[in-house]
Ligand binder design. Structure first.
Ligand SMILES: C[S@@+](CC[C@H](N)C(=O)[O-])C[C@H]1O[C@@H](n2cnc3c(N)ncnc32)[C@H](O)[C@@H]1O
Length: 256
């Protein structure tokens, strides 16, 4: 699938044979080098690799000498609880998400908006989450595969691709809602995981072409989360819907 020499797969120091064998199997599946940890430091195990997928009892983490990133529900857990209480959620409101919808999350990241969308559209709906950073795609796909969402949620289908290309080639009106939440230029998010994510993420910035191809694919709304409005938002029909301090939400109608 990916023969990227920048990464290795290893385990925590005292991993048992089951964990070592699963790590070896994943390394094989991902075409990434497996290196036995042998009780040595992660820095010595990683050598010149940019990052290591480290498997322990809680699953994989993605580690560099500067950061460690693990798949957790994080803020999605709080949002799911609040949805269960009947409280409003900005993504659901902005996309007018409802049962049975097909949602395309064009910037999957840690999968948190996708998890909220999956709950909103329910088991009759679907969510495709696109991530263009291979290490993030791999970490999040593993995390989502081990997460049991319950009967009330749709399955999230992760896809490794650049969503700008995907949207340009997708059939028109093929999703109800397209969500775009690119990296902010400066670190602003409250959640520490996003700080660790920055080093691995694709920092593609929003541009009119991205919005135009999303509007061709969306049947109801293109929902955008960003830290500031651009001068071209008006001409591209993006209107502010919520200003949450750190992040602002905009949406644009379909154009097909
Ligand atoms: C701010 S994060 C998204 C967070 C996500 N909404 C969540 O709730 O976890 C942006 C993510 O989009 C990815 N990304 C950026 N440009 C992309 C593109 N053109 N196609 C697919 N993914 C992209 C980045 O690698 C990063 O993981």
């Amino acid at each position: 699938m990916n023969s990227n020499l920048k990464y290795i797969v290893t385990t925590s120091r005292n991993a048992n044979s089951t964990i070592r064998s699963k790590a070896r199997q994943k390394a094989n599946e991902w075409s990434v080098r497996y290196i036995d940890r042998n009780h040595i430091s992660l820095a010595d195990t990683s050598g010149d690799a940019e990052a290591a997928f480290v498997l322990d009892h809680d699953g994989f983490s993605l580690s560099t000498n500067k950061a460690q990133l693990r798949f957790t529900l994080g803020t999605a857990a709080l949002r799911l609880q609040s949805i269960a209480r009947g409280d409003p959620d900005t993504l659901i409101r902005a996309g007018e998400l409802r049962a049975g919808d097909q949602v395309l999350d064009a910037t999957l990241g840690l999968g948190r908006d996708a998890l909220v969308a999956a709950r909103a559209v329910g088991s009759t709906g679907g969510v495709v989450g696109i991530e263009s950073s291979w290490p993030l795609f791999t970490l999040v796909s593993e995390g989502l595969a081990s997460h049991i969402p319950g009967d009330e949620s749709a399955i999230i289908q992760p896809l490794f691709a650049d969503s700008r290309t995907f949207l340009a080639e997708a059939e028109k009106a093929s999703f109800d809602v397209v969500v775009i939440d690119p990296m902010f230029a400066a670190a602003k998010r409250s959640d520490g995981s996003f700080e660790s994510l920055r080093g691995f993420a694709d920092h593609a910035s929003l541009d009119p072409d991205w919005i135009r191809s999303a509007r061709r694919v969306a049947r109801r709304w293109v929902v955008v989360k960003t830290d500031h409005a651009e001068s071209w938002f008006g001409p591209e029909k993006l209107k502010g819907i919520h200003n949450g301090g750190r992040a602002s939400w905009f949406r644009a109608p379909p154009s097909y």
